[in-house]
Design a protein around this ligand. Sequence first.
Ligand code: C2E
Ligand code: MG
Ligand code: MG
Length: 522
Amino acid sequence: MRRSRALKIIIAVALITAIGPVLTAIYLAQQQGLAAEFDRVTSYARSVAARSDRAVEQMQAAIDTLIAANAEDPCSEAMLTQMRQLGISMEFLKVAGAVSGERMLCSTLGMHEQGLALGPPDSTTPLGARLRLSAPMPFSSGTPYISIEREGFIAMAHRSQAVDLVVDQDGVLFATFDPSTGEIRTASGTVNSQWVSAVDNATEAAFIDDDYIVGVVRSEQVALTGAIAAIPARYLAEQVWAFIGVLLPIGLVTAVVLTGSVLYFARMQVSLPTQIRQGLRRNEFYLVYQPVVNLHTGRWVGVEALVRWQRADGRVMQPDEFIPVAEHSGLIGLLTEKVIELASKDMMATLRDNPDFFLSLNLSARDLQSGTTVDRLMTMVRGNGISAGQLVVELTERMLVDASAARAVLSAMRRQGIQVAIDDFGTGYCSLSYLETMQFDCLKIDRLFVEAIDTEAATNRVVLHIIEMARTLNLKLIAEGVETEAQAQYLREQGVEYAQGWLYSRAITPSELAAQLSRRAV
Ligand code: C2E
Ligand code: MG
Ligand code: MG
C-alpha cells in the first residue's frame, strides 16, 4: 500500500520533471518568436516612416531652394535648369516646378504650354503647404505622384517609393497614413484601415490581427507621416519553429537529466530497504570501533561501535545514509540485532580480558519500544561472562521526548546495570528536567560544541553550560569529535574526563583495535 503510493508519487514527479522543461521550452519559443516578429515588423514600419519623412524633407528642401532663388520669372531658363538639377540630385524628388493657381506652368520636364491642371489640393498643412495625394503627370499616367506646393513652387515624388521596401519575406504589406486623419496615403497592397487606430497616442505599436503581425509607427520627425508594416502570420509559426529547434533540445536534455535523477534517487529510496534486508542476509554489515580516551591519562577506556555497510559493488556506506532508511522502513530492529551479534563476536574477548573496558552501542528510537533489546543485551552479557556495567547504550535526546515506553525500557536497562549515555547532547530538545527525571549515567557533548571551542562562534560558550549541568547531575562526560590539542587542553581544564575524536583515533577495525590495546597494555 505504502509502496504503491510512493510509486504513484514518483511517477507523478517524474512526469512533471519530464514534461515541465519541454512545455517551458515550447512556451519560451512562442514568446521569443512573437517578440522577434514584433521587433521585425516595427523596424519595417520605422523604415517606411523614415523613407516617407526623407521624401517629404527633400520636397520641402527643393521648394525652399526654388523660393530662395527669388527669380522674377519662375520659369526662366535658369530656373528650369535648377529644377532639373534638383530632380537629378535628390533620391525621392522626381519633379520640381512652378505653379500658378491650380496649374503647373513649367517643371523639370520643361514648359507646359497651357499649364498642367493639378486639380484642387487634398489638404493644406498648418504652415500653408498644399498637399496632393494623386498629382496628375504627363508621360507617366500609371504612376501616382504625391506633391507639396508652397509659395508658387511644387515638388513631386513617387507615391509608392516610400513603401517600395525590399524585404526577405513575401507578402509583406507596407503603407503610409496621415496621422491626423488616419487616412491611408500610400500602400503596397490592401491594408486594413483600422490598424491605424492602434497607434492613437503612442508612437509605436505591434500586434497580431487575424492573418497578420502588424507594426504601426508614427513618424516623430515631421509629424506628417504614419507607417504600417504587416507580415503574414505564417512567418510567426516559422519563427517559433526556429526557436523550438534551439530550445526544445535543451528542454529535452534537461527533462532527461531531471527525470533520470528523480528516477535514480526514487529507485534508491524505494529499493534501499530491500537492499538493507539483503545486506543483512548476506552479512554486508560490519562494525568499526572508535576508542574513548581518558583525557587526563591518555588511556583507552572503552570503544563506541559504529556500523558500516559494504555493498556488493564494494562501496562502503556510512550510517547517516542508511540508518534513517532502516528506521523508516521498520528494519532498524533487525539491524540493531545484527550490531549486537557483531559486537559480541568482535569484542567479547577484549571485554572479558579487560573488566574496566566498556563497549558503547548506538540505539534507535524503535529499539526502545519493546523489551527485546534489553533481553538481547543481557543475553550478550550473560553468554560471554562480562559485566552489564561494561555495556553503554547511546540514545539521542529526540528518542526520549514523549515516549513513556522508552522510559520503561531505559529504567529496565539501568536496573540490570547497563549504562545509558545521552548522545549528541545539545542538538535535540532535552531540557534539564528530562535529565533529572530520566537518570542517565553519561552525557556525550556533541561535536558541534567541541568544534566551537577555539572559534568565535556563538556556540563556543555552550560547552561550559553543558559541563556545569553534567557536574550538577553527577554525570560522566565524553566530548565527541575532538580534533585538536587545543580543544583537548580546554576540555581537560574544564574537568571533562573522557573524549573521542580523530585527535586520538578514527574508528578502527577489531583487529587493529586488538593490536593497539595489546601495545598499550590496557
Ligand atoms: P554518533 O553516535 O554521534 O557517532 C559519532 C560520529 O562522529 C561517527 O560518525 C564518527 O565517525 C564521527 N567522528 C568521530 N570522531 C570524529 C572527529 O574527530 N571528527 C569528525 N568530524 N567526526 C568524528 P559515523 O560513524 O558516520 O556515525 C554517524 C552516526 O550514525 C552516529 O553518530 C550514530 O548516530 C549513527 N550510528 C552509527 N552506528 C550506529 C549503529 O550501530 N546503530 C544506530 N542506531 N546508529 C548508529
Ligand atoms: Mg554515538
Ligand atoms: Mg554523537
